[in-house]
Design a protein around this ligand. Structure first.
Ligand SMILES: C[S@@+](CC[C@H](N)C(=O)[O-])C[C@H]1O[C@@H](n2cnc3c(N)ncnc32)[C@H](O)[C@@H]1O
Length: 365
């Protein structure tokens, strides 16, 4: 396993020869005075600043040699700022540890000895994301698709390379694309044949540099046999389930009566969601996570807490609630033109316009 693991803030990557840097730092363990430590670290700082930038992750260089320049410089600055030799040596040991030892958890590849480098990983429960990731084949073209940052964050924190991910409402394949990029085998279920074809097309247009299995099947996720689906790929379980169902009838996705957006009532919608959750629970590995992305809705002027009602369906089936993330929600361009009108209506009617949705993080016990 490489030390580089899963670090992905590309602008700041620098090519560092650890065979040179580590002995240089190790030699400073034996300095007699804080002034000597500072002199040595100043030299290291100059060396780091002079190292060439790493242009892209898929360039054929050993990953062990890629680091975040700003992280390394900040660590050096902290050593330089230490008032006592003892404190400075403590920071030096921490830097050495980050360069030589890996500490990961059983559910992801984040190297906790280099946690400061993961600036892109969100840890707050409020997500204000201004712009969707539109890199590669990602587009906002499918009305109702989620921003790629959602599966990106979940895959980085709750899966390891080579794990299997299942998305029960695959749509345009956003989770599949992220899975392929991050080296996670990813399967999707989607009711509409045209979206299955579309998702397959998008996935095929992106390089599969980690050689993972990424596929989407046409089917009804409330009734499909998940064990059979996995058996087709010689698997019996998955390590993460992503669910981004219709928000009941807010967007009608198809004419198919099995489509959850065509459920006869909210009660029926929730019963079907319960069925999908139950199915997924059967193949989700114990201790692993189910992510449900959903928003609320209005019905006849009343706020319907669809998100919490859906969450209850998971809790009723034994999942433990680990986090509720509230994410900002931007109107599509069509709706944006009506923004003023909605604001007027909200003022007249005394209600609030939806600007958020939920990401429920649930753990299989
Ligand atoms: C909110 S969208 C998911 C969008 C997806 N996250 C993306 O980024 O493209 C919900 C999807 O669920 C699909 N769907 C609805 N009912 C379904 C069912 N019973 N089984 C499988 N898919 C279903 C719809 O066709 C729609 O594409």
């Amino acid at each position: 396993m490489s030390l580089h693991s899963d670090l992905y803030h590309e602008d700041d990557l620098v090519w560092v020869d650890r065979n040179y840097l580590v002995p240089l730092l190790e030699a400073l363990r034996h300095v007699a005075a804080v002034a000597d430590l500072r002199a040595g670290i100043t030299e290291v700082q100059t060396w780091i600043a002079a190292q060439p930038q790493q242009p892209a992750l898929d360039v054929a260089v050993p990953e062990d040699f890629i680091c975040s320049r700003s992280y390394l410089l900040a660590e050096c600055a902290q050593i330089l700022g230490a008032r006592t030799l003892e404190r400075g040596l403590h920071y030096l040991e921490r830097l050495l540890k980050s360069l030589t030892e890996i500490a990961t958890s059983p559910i992801n590849d984040l190297n906790l000895n280099r946690w400061k480098e993961y600036e892109d990983i969100l840890t707050d429960s409020l997500w204000m994301i201004d712009r969707r990731d539109s890199s590669g084949v990602h587009t906002a073209g499918y009305w109702g698709n989620f921003i790629p940052q959602i599966p990106y964050q979940m895959l980085r924190r709750y899966t390891k390379r080579g794990d299997w991910v299942l998305d029960t409402f695959a749509g345009s394949g956003t989770t599949l694309i992220e899975g392929q990029r991050l080296g996670r085998h990813t399967l999707g279920i989607e009711l509409q044949p045209r979206m299955v074809a579309h998702a397959k097309q998008l996935v095929a247009a992106e390089p599969n540099k980690h050689q993972v299995v990424v596929d989407v099947v046409q089917g009804d996720s409330a009734t499909l046999n998940y064990a059979d689906l996995l058996a087709a790929y010689n698997q019996t379980s998955v390590q993460l389930v992503m669910m981004h169902p219709p928000y009941y009838d807010i967007i009608k996705f198809s004419e198919d009566e099995r489509d959850l957006s065509n459920a006869a009532s909210i009660e029926r919608f929730l019963a079907l969601m319960g069925q999908v959750i139950e199915q997924a629970a059967q193949v989700l590995e114990q201790g692993r996570y189910l992510v449900i992305v959903i928003g609320d809705k209005y019905a006849k002027g009343d706020w319907i807490p669809l998100g919490f009602q859906t969450m209850q369906e998971a809790l009723k089936r034994g999942f433990a609630l680990k986090s509720i993330i509230v994410k900002n929600f931007e109107a599509t361009s069509g709706k944006r033109q009506q923004k003023e009108l909605w604001r007027y209506r909200a003022l007249v009617g005394g209600f609030y316009i939806f600007k958020h949705e939920y990401i429920f993080l649930l753990r299989k016990q």
